[in-house]
Design a binder for this molecule. Sequence first.
Ligand SMILES: Nc1ncnc2c1ncn2[C@@H]1O[C@H](COP(=O)(O)OP(=O)(O)O)[C@@H](O)[C@H]1O
Ligand SMILES: C=C(OP(=O)(O)O)C(=O)O
Ligand SMILES: [Mn+2]
Length: 534
Amino acid sequence: MAKLDLTKYGITGTTEIVYNPSYEQLFEEETKPGLEGYEKGQVSELGAVNVMTGIYTGRSPKDKFIVMDENSKDTVWWTSDEYKNDNHPASQEAWAAVKAIAQKELSNKRLYVVDAFCGANKDTRMAIRFVMEVAWQAHFVTNMFIKPTAEELENFEPDFVVYNASKAKVENYKELGLNSETAVVFNITSKEQVIVNTWYGGEMKKGMFSMMNYFLPLKGMASMHCSANTDLNGENTAIFFGLSGTGKTTLSTDPKRLLIGDDEHGWDDNGVFNFEGGCYAKVINLDKDSEPDIYNAIKRNALLENVTLDAEGHIDFADKSVTENTRVSYPINHIKNIVRPISSAPAAKNVIFLSADAFGVLPPVSILSPEQTQYYFLSGFTAKLAGTERGITEPTPTFSACFGQAFLELHPTKYAEELVKKMQASGAKAYLVNTGWNGTGKRISIKDTRGIIDAILNGDINNVPTKKIPYFDFEVPTVLNGVDTGILDPRDTYADASQWEEKAKDLASRFIKNFKKYEGNEHGKALVSAGPQL
Ligand SMILES: Nc1ncnc2c1ncn2[C@@H]1O[C@H](COP(=O)(O)OP(=O)(O)O)[C@@H](O)[C@H]1O
Ligand SMILES: C=C(OP(=O)(O)O)C(=O)O
Ligand SMILES: [Mn+2]
């Protein structure tokens, strides 16, 4: 590293810089005596340190802003009355104010600076510099981003700088046109992010994902909110799209396959590649037997968030009193079966859309036609599960374009276009998998869902009898090895099929209504016939 000078970022009086600390040092720093409040880590019985993140235990989409300037004005997909999204415009004045708040907060301090990459591909990765005053935040980004080699650090020139001022507040947010004392603001021109008044690690992780979602599609790559894995030969790649809580992390962590990554990927002409160097798994009710690999990843160097520990460090994974969004971040090498040394694999053959349907209407698996693939990708139907976003306390049905609307910086059709191009080139097939509820009132079991995923990945699903489900015209298997036959047709899970009919019609009408926003052009109009019909 060239000599680190933070004054060029307006940060002055720095007493010491702890630069790219080792895990050993991070452990010392985050458990050191004298730390108070949310800075303090506690060692758990599994060796991983636990921290509490304060009021913000999930992302805060209403506080997400992008500076509107000459660059972003006509490229960013801004929120509008017709189509609300999380890309709120911030003025130059607001940007200057939040940046000044971060500079002031971070001045005259002992700071942590972590340089890391986002994106496994050398030619399209972003070099990111994180500047913060909290040790465990340095640990979080060390876990989640890709670690540069010693040689890469020698000449590290950041493309993007993140200032984490979680201890500060935006007092005059009203006059700045911001939403609250909390702000997560991006400047696409100067390539900077400022975080104020939230300690949730996900803002740094998903923040850089949002930036990849801005830059990569403009270069002709798909940028995707999905997990990815491949077979043991690294040949049969699958990607799993889904909103938070639908099972990306759980289902991609599969001992029979090699993990590429659990949340954020690109797809270029060479194949699928991870943006991250670690995973961020939910641990609420984590069960050692149904998710052994994730459980075993919780060891020294992993970082738990908002988990309940007693004074001796015993973990209570069932406790939701702080949040349902309890988490662990760990470097990807805590999972045994991963693609090494670079988290990438050839083009995907199978594309799986995970949807946690709280209405109990969608079949546990549907085989999609190419037109249905586009329709359901743009629709992005799922239930938001409690916790990951502020204000969501129960499963809430939502349409989240491309299964990741909160992170899209360009119009959804751009992501659909890039995905379709890549799928056509590789001859990939798509499936819609409901990891949510059915007529039993219970969530479909992880065991049944894993059976479904196995049947997709080993091709069995293409060799079984199928039938069509009304209103949606979904093709579904009538039998599938390893899966309870009684759930394949969702109507069979209701005491009376008419109960399903009623809910199905309601859900179909929600799809139809939601899709209107895409019907402004010929392509969108043409897709309507692939959607539900009443
Ligand atoms: N059928 C199912 N498939 C996948 N996950 C399930 C299922 N039923 C319950 N779950 C639970 O739902 C959560 C899925 O979360 P996760 O895999 O972290 O989602 P994501 O990575 O998409 O945010 C886990 O806590 C998992 O135990
Ligand atoms: C961390 C997040 O991702 P996911 O819940 O999809 O793992 C998030 O959305 O804040
Ligand atoms: Mn996940």
